[in-house]
Design a protein around this ligand. Structure first.
Ligand code: GLA
Length: 387
């Protein structure tokens, strides 16, 4: 049985350190040619166009060659895997770097695709300077009440400047923003289940409100603002997220939807839990987007305690196809409550899940979470979602 475990919070950061943007394990990835079957089979985006758009997370180097061809054929939405995160966009205070993000904007425009904005505020892949006071001291350690008040103002000002600058630049290009990412904790330290990140330690829950309000002020009128998280199907996280969102909506905070990352596994979570989660948030009048879908073959982390494969048996691809079939059947049935389904990658040759195998398991346990294989051929999962 696949063991249910959570993503560790260091994942993104560790990834950023291991794999600076643009040079992700590209060298290790296989290339392909026109014989890849993904290039000749019917389009996934076309198949689901009545229900929701179909997205893929990409790095700028993937905007050419076979990757680009597969993107154009099967996806009508893209999102930056890394290059729009705070550490990439504003590595030093006031020094914005849009070069890589602009490449995605250009590609999306040229190909008539939507572009999701991911992510404005997160506890991971965020540069340290955000949280240092004017003397360079970590603001989280401050005990003096007056100074704490000053620090809070300073951090909220920095947050506003960051959001305003990014959102204004991409006002005409981005219609869905992940405004805050992963603000709920899996193992709550406080009553409301809020993650005790530096953002929280310095501003309480205010950073969440100010983030949404600032985004709303500068985004396009028709842009939709999302609160994005993983394990949104899992208690107590789901209820804590629900209560937070309800509370914020009651206060008039402009949230339009919930982003369900959906870094899931073949056997977990249950379809019933996924359905309930989408219905709960839809019940608040909110949109849902599936923002980072991948269906791992393993539990978390992929240590020897869990089954891992050097060569994945065909039976696993069949089990994965059954899972994909159930998922997309559900998504389609709830199509009026879901506006986008984004895979956290294009094909099995590039997935953050393999970096975790490197990190935790000496590279053993190569994963294969998507519907296209490492050579861009269709897998059983592709056929399962196209029925
Ligand atoms: C989170 C983030 C993504 C990505 C993944 C994998 O889900 O939202 O941007 O970093 O972790 O690391």
């Amino acid at each position: 049985m696949l063991k249910v475990l959570r993503k560790p919070i260091i994942t993104g950061l560790a990834l950023a350190l291991l794999l600076p943007a643009g040079i992700n394990s590209a060298a290790a990835e296989t290339s392909s040619d026109q014989s890849s079957s993904a290039l000749s089979v019917p389009s996934i985006a076309e198949r689901y166009k009545k229900s929701f758009s179909i997205g893929a997370a990409v790095e700028p180097y993937q905007l050419e060659g076979t990757n680009a061809a597969v993107l154009k054929r099967h996806y009508n939405s893209i999102v930056a895997e890394n290059v729009m995160k705070p550490i990439n966009i504003q590595p030093e205070e006031g020094k914005f770097n849009f070069t890589e993000a602009d490449k995605l904007v250009k590609f999306a425009k040229e190909n008539g695709m939507d572009l999701r904005g991911h992510t404005l505020i997160w506890h991971s892949q965020v540069p340290e300077w955000f949280f240092l006071d004017e003397e360079g001291n970590p603001m989280v350690n401050e005990t003096d009440l007056q100074q704490r008040e000053k620090n809070k103002k300073l951090l909220l000002k920095r947050l506003e400047t960051h959001i305003k600058t990014v959102v204004k630049r991409y006002k005409n290009d981005i219609k869905s923003w992940d405004v805050v990412n992963e603000v709920i904790d899996d193992s709550p330290q406080n009553d409301r289940g809020l993650r005790e990140s530096a953002w929280y330690k310095i501003t309480g829950d205010e950073y969440i409100k100010v983030a949404f309000e600032t985004d709303r002020r500068y985004a396009a009128k028709d842009a939709k603002l999302y609160i994005n998280d993983y394990n949104t199907e899992v208690e107590p996280k789901r209820t804590n997220l629900y209560n937070l969102v309800k509370d914020l909506l009651d206060q008039g905070v402009p949230i339009d939807g919930v982003g369900h990352q959906a870094h899931i596994q073949i056997g977990w979570p249950s379809i019933a839990d996924i359905e309930q989660s989408i219905n709960m948030f839809a019940g608040l009048g909110l949109d849902n987007q599936i923002t980072e879908l991948d269906v791992s073959l393993y539990g978390w982390p992929p240590r020897p305690a869990y089954p891992t494969y050097d060569a994945i048996p065909d039976s696993e691809f069949e089990r994965q196809a059954v899972r994909y079939n159930q998922l997309f059947e559900l998504y389609e049935r709830l199509g009026d409550k879901i506006s986008n389904v984004t895979f956290w990658g294009i094909a099995d040759n590039h997935t953050w899940l393999n970096d975790r195998a490197e990190q935790y398991n000496n590279g053993v346990g190569v994963d294969a979470p998507f519907v296209f294989d490492t050579e861009y051929n269709v897998k059983p999962a592709y056929h399962a979602i196209m029925d």
